[in-house]
Design a protein around this ligand. Structure first.
Ligand SMILES: *[C@@H]1O[C@H](CO)[C@@H](O)[C@H](O)[C@H]1NC(C)=O
Length: 118
């Protein structure tokens, strides 16, 4: 492969990388900062299902996430009993969008391409 071939290869790799990034494939790498933004929701997901633990900050973050990369919610849904080492109640984590009255596709559809854990 000569110099031109190499440059062509490089161009193909760059385009492929850009295409991948444009597709914004949700993965743990790009969901992590999004999930961290849900930290105002910890009071609710660690609580006893008391909706008074929900803050407007929490719900607006949930709503923003659902409008941008809703699949990132799957990392919360599928995190198991701990997220970032913090114990949470999975039932409440699943209930979070509904508790905030934010419409999301059912987890079975939203998360069908997601591994059960990260
Ligand atoms: C999680 O929250 C639900 C709903 O409030 C409650 O019924 C359940 O007991 C909680 N689970 C744990 C492990 O605390």
């Amino acid at each position: 492969m000569g110099c031109r071939g190499f440059v062509l290869c490089l161009a193909v790799i760059m385009v492929a990388t850009m295409w991948c990034e444009n597709a914004a494939e949700p993965n743990w790498h790009n969901c992590e900062p999004e999930v961290i933004k849900l930290d105002p929701c910890l009071a609710y997901v660690r609580g006893k299902g008391d909706e008074s633990a929900l803050s407007t900050t929490c719900c607006s973050r949930v709503s923003t996430l659902v409008k941008s990369i809703p699949q990132c919610l799957c990392f919360v849904f599928n995190s198991g009993p701990f997220i970032f080492g913090i114990p949470i109640n999975q039932t409440l984590a699943h209930n979070l969008p509904a508790a905030c009255k934010v419409k999301t596709p059912p987890a079975s559809i939203l998360c069908k391409d997601f591994p059960p854990s990260f």
